[in-house]
Design a binder for this molecule. Structure first.
Ligand code: SD4
Length: 295
């Protein structure tokens, strides 16, 4: 690999996550260490309502976390519907490195995390609980269909390439606010929320998970890059595919970011307003992606 080490992460909080990840890369750590450190940073952020400790609960008041991680050797690990554990991304990595499995969910994932002494947390935060109680009152009448809160899109997806050219990715979220209990989005699903193939590159997704699962989004982006598309072009074509599969796109925001083995990066979103953070040795900036349409 002749390019430079690089890290990209979704949304503006991606900038702090990148900085946390960069410390690992600077110290000679791998891209895997970097994406884990970045994800952990956001999971600890009490102000983020879509990830980790500050996450919004499901409709019954439980904050259930989803995360996955993948490295340059196609090792991958994932947790779904994990409650009360501070760093789902590290549990996902632990599963990847210490079990023959890829994915643990719910009670089994919790048992695994506790057995391996992962830090516990009490969720929802009191202020989040208040918001949920208010919502519950308002929704008491409606409530058959989960209300999708389109403001609630701060999931973090991270991709890094280290100085040896090794690519890793991570993704962590509390999912959509007020989801049905037990709901998993794209974020813990290898191939949907995240995919890495060292022959090609990696991609991560953010947005309405159901729509991303429907097209196996991140895997699809990587496959287009395999066919020679640039990261931006691949993300664009997959956003367009996603749009074709949905009759009603009102309020349905989704975005992908991607990196290839040359270290080229790009992204694309359905609506304007999506951005991602880029960090290199001498860059630390936000990039607005091109988009299909305006809100
Ligand atoms: C999900 N994709 O659970 C996540 C939500 C998200 O920014 O990305 N929010 O559907």
């Amino acid at each position: 690999y002749t390019g430079e080490a690089k890290m990209i992460s979704t949304w503006s909080h991606g900038q702090d996550a990148n900085r946390a990840g960069w410390l690992k890369l600077e110290a000679g750590g791998s891209s895997l260490d970097a994406v884990e450190a970045g994800a952990r940073h956001t999971e600890s952020d009490v102000t983020n309502r879509s990830v980790g400790i500050g996450g919004m609960p499901d409709r019954e008041g439980h904050v259930t976390l989803d995360a996955c991680i993948m490295d340059w050797e196609s090792n991958c690990g994932s947790v779904g519907c994990l409650e009360g554990i501070a760093h789902p991304i590290s549990v996902a990595k632990h599963i990847m490195q210490n079990t023959p499995h890829v994915m643990l969910v719910g009670a089994g994932a919790k048992k695994y995390a506790l057995k391996n002494k992962f830090e516990t947390i009490k969720t929802p935060l009191p202020e989040v609980k208040k918001e949920w109680e208010k919502w519950k009152k308002e929704q008491a009448e409606i409530a058959k269909k989960p209300a999708i809160n389109h403001e609630n899109h701060d999931t973090i997806g991270l991709l890094a390439i280290d100085s040896q050219g090794r690519i890793s990715g991570a993704c962590t979220t509390s999912g959509w606010a007020y989801k049905l209990p037990g709901r998993l989005g794209d974020s813990p699903i290898i191939g949907s929320g995240l995919f890495v193939d060292q022959e090609v590159g990696g991609a991560v997704a953010t947005g309405l998970g159901e729509s991303i699962i429907r097209i196996s989004g991140s895997h699809a982006v990587v496959e287009l890059m395999r066919q020679g598309k640039s990261p931006e072009q691949a993300c664009k074509e997959i956003v367009e595919r996603l749009i074709r599969k949905h009759k009603d796109m009102s309020g349905l925001q989704c975005a992908f970011i991607a990196i290839n083995t040359k270290g080229e990066v790009g992204g694309f979103s359905v609506y304007n307003g999506f951005n991602y953070a880029l960090k290199t040795a001498n860059k630390d900036e936000m990039i607005d992606t091109p988009f299909d349409r305006k809100w």
